[in-house]
Design a binder for this molecule. Sequence first.
Ligand code: PMP
Length: 357
Amino acid sequence: MMISPLRHVSGARFFSSHSYVQGFSAAIGNTPLIYLKSVSEKTGSKIFGKAEFQNPGGSVKDRAALGLVRDAEERGLIKPGGTVVEGTAGNTGIGLAHVCRAKGYNCVIYMPDTQSQEKIDLLRMLGADVRPVPAVPFDNPRNYNHQAREFAQNISNAIWTNQFDNTANANAHYLSTGPEIWEQTHGEIDGFVCATGTGGTLAGIGKYLKEKSGSKVQIWLADPPGSVLTSYVTSEGKLVERSGSSITEGIGQGRITDNLATFVNDLSGAFTVPDSKSIAMLYELLDTEGLYLGASSALNVVAAVELAQRFGPGSTIVTILCDGAYRYQSRLFSKKWLASKGLDQSIPLHLKKYAVL
Ligand code: PMP
């Protein structure tokens, strides 16, 4: 009997090209590219979202987690039964915890003790050794990132994956997400835009699309409030102090990470998206497309609309749908929480019915 293909993209280079996939790692990637009808029709352009929430660990960071662990394996830095250590409060930790279970490694996650019990519980259910530490700034040696590095240095057969400055992160997207987008659009793409945390997604995809198109595809960075990257790009390299905050999680940055540094000079531009627009888009995408997305995905779609408007009708723009709303629903769909952020008025009247909590 023939086994029907589970995924509809052929020729996946980085992962698997069989009609079935061999285990968790091989189930990462080959995500659908979703045509976003409502925003496309409004702009007269074609706007697509890469459905990274369909990765088996639930986010775009599954690719980075696998890429970081694979790179360490290939360089002989970790042997069977070893330990993977990272400082992370979010999706990278979840991706690493899954990949470690699937590959038989121990997983140790350092995180600030301000994080929700839900996140800690999930990581522990996935078998990770979670170590909440006092939430102190990066320049304090007790910061969770430094503690993760030190812990890995002091035990044998252990690696600190260092997602921000280890360019195996961006390389995972160069080898997988970039080629998938090129193939899925048949190379007919004018612009790519997304927000960044480590910079891995933007840099890896950006590099691939620019190379493949002979620099015809423009790559733009979208930033949440409280991040310094827009001002860095638009002021040609001046870093300002970080100030302000955003409801989006996992994106925004106060420095140029090594991953972003591999591509930042090739960006066509950057702009900031206010939370009011991101939250309105989050509700609109649910209402019009049935997509239940996290706030960074909504910000990315706002940015894609803005880019389509800058390019004019007829353009094709791609962005990333990073993860689902499930990990944030107690906030994003709570009337009280929205009001506490001053965002209740940003949601159009006919969409308020979705704020049921
Ligand atoms: N959105 C979410 C929800 C994330 O967790 C992350 C990762 N921090 C990103 C976007 C940004 O991805 P990257 O680290 O590759 O820049």
